[in-house]
Design a protein around this ligand. Sequence first.
Ligand SMILES: [Zn+2]
Length: 113
Amino acid sequence: MTDVRLSKKPRYQAKCYFDFRMPDGDMENSVESHTSHLVLCRKEHKCWNCGAGISKYDHALAEKGFLDGKPVNCWTCLDCVDDYMDMMNGEIDTDEMQARWEARYNANNRDDL
Ligand SMILES: [Zn+2]
């Protein structure tokens, strides 16, 4: 399916991921009662950001909340979260983060072309 390897271990301490909010574009701040934390996935998910397959027992950032009164949730792979974390910490700039996200997205979605 894809030869993109996902990181298996978070690069930051677990507490850094608590209530961590990924940028959600035009949904900005519209998700109510937002919570997030690092989870060990009990089933397979897909990273909403890059499309990478997140396997059972992989770590991922789980975000939950309500949108228009309906429960919503999404999972983000560690690599996307850690790129964002690097940017927040000033290790890379926004362009570099976007470049990494795009490269991963393209690698994960090229089979669908
Ligand atoms: Zn991802």
